[in-house]
Each structure stands twice: as structure tokens, then as C-alpha cells.
Ligand binder design. Sequence first.
Ligand code: ADP
Ligand code: MG
Length: 252
Amino acid sequence: MAKGFTIELSDIGKSYSQASRTQCIFNQLNLSIAEGELLVLLGRSGSGKSTLLNLIAGIDLPDHGRVTIGSTKLALLSEKERTLFRRRHIGFVFQSYNLIPTLTVRENLLLPLQLNRIDSSLHDRKIRSLLRNVGLEEREKDFPDQLSGGQQQRVAIARALVHEPEIVLADEPTGNLDLDTGREVLDLLDQCVRAAGKTLIMATHSQEVMGRADRVLTIRDQRLSADGIRHRSEANDVVTAGAVSPPVYGGK
Ligand code: ADP
Ligand code: MG
């Protein structure tokens, strides 16, 4: 049985068919992601970054091959079981924030707690702790459209972490933000996720993120390659997991 929440993709094939055309996205893709790893996925638009995140999340299934998370083989779960598994163990951060516009900041964070049936006596503490970590404790009652893009993304980071998932997937999380705001959001994501010991898989075009990553992989020609990219352990100026400041992410 695999330990913890390692992620294994074995011999993955994935194509999309539209009208008479079939497009192969992945062919015999293999990838192992360690628990607590920060993996960055690069690749041109259309190369398959979102597809790969969706396969890991079990939103999409491969045509062949296996995705295994911890000891769970996603293909053996029913659709409903996959939804429950994802809801419990995975947090998402999207390019366009995807907050629910008719809910306040607090209510947006409450949703993953309610969906996971987390004891309501813990809700307030968890929500406050996360909002404090992302610097938005004063904005609990605001609606998303009362916040800037960077602030909305910080709420989205809090939402992705509030139910304490083992894995966080971020799909171009700074794609809608200016450079400085994007940098702040990456700092926060990196800090929150590492302090909480989560695995983070991030698709991005941002050069900023590369120095922080444990591994950078590029999707090219339906495969993953690491060529020409410096591993974090080979860099001098990088933070190691143990050097992160005290946990800012709320406990149980
Ligand atoms: P990226 O995130 O790297 O920009 P995507 O994973 O979104 O790339 O898409 C990879 C390719 O697969 C694109 O050519 C896209 O059009 C195609 N694709 C993605 N999702 C679907 C789908 N549901 N149906 C058909 N084609 C799709
Ligand atoms: Mg994409």
C-alpha cells in the first residue's frame, strides 16, 4: 500500500475526440509525486496542464493507465465516490478564483466545511484562522465583487485549505493578476501550503514560481520533461520545507 498521499500516474493515455478529429494529449505518461512536494507544471497553452490536474483530481478519467492517490485507485471509485474523495482530499485554486458571487467571504469558506460534514463547532475557528493567514480577517462579510482580484485569490487559497485537504491543485493561479499581486499570491500559496505540509501541484506560466518548486516539469509532445530546469535542491537561494516560518495555517 502506498504511504500517505503520494500520487502515482502510470502509463496514462488521454485523448479528446471532437467531430471527426481525435487529439492525443498524453501517451504513456508516468509520474510520481511525493507527499509534501511542490511540483510546477509548465507547457504551452493547450499542452495539457489542466487536463493533467483534472486527471489527478479524478474530474476526468484517463483512456488507459491508472491514477493512484495514497492507496486509492481513482478508476475503481464510482463517480459519486470520486466526488466525495476529491471534496475531502483535494483543494483547488483556479485562475479566475471561482468564488460564489452570491455568498460572502465567510460563506464561501463555510461551503467546503459543510460539504465535508466538519463539526460546526469548529467552523468559526477554522475560517478565522485561514482568513487571518491570508490577511483578510476584516473582510469576512464582504462579497467577492467588493474585493480586488488579488484579494479574491487569497480567499480562494483560504477556501482551498480550510477543510485541510492533503493535496492542493492550482491552475494558473496568477494568470489574471499583475506581476506584483501575482508574486504576493504565490508567496501566500507557497507559505500556507508548505506550512501545512500539503502537496501542491501548480500549472503556471510564471517564472516567479520556479525557484520555489521542488520540481519543474514541462509538458511537451504528450510527455513530461525536466530538461534544462534546475531542481530546488540544486539552488542556493531557496527555502527548504523545514525553514518555513511557524505554521500560519490553523490546526485541527
Ligand atoms: P492547457 O491547460 O495546457 O492550456 P488543456 O489541458 O486545457 O491545456 O487542453 C489540452 C488540449 O485538450 C487542448 O487542445 C484542448 O482544446 C483539449 N481539451 C481539453 N479539454 C477538452 C474537452 N473536454 N474536450 C475536448 N478537448 C479538450
Ligand atoms: Mg489550462
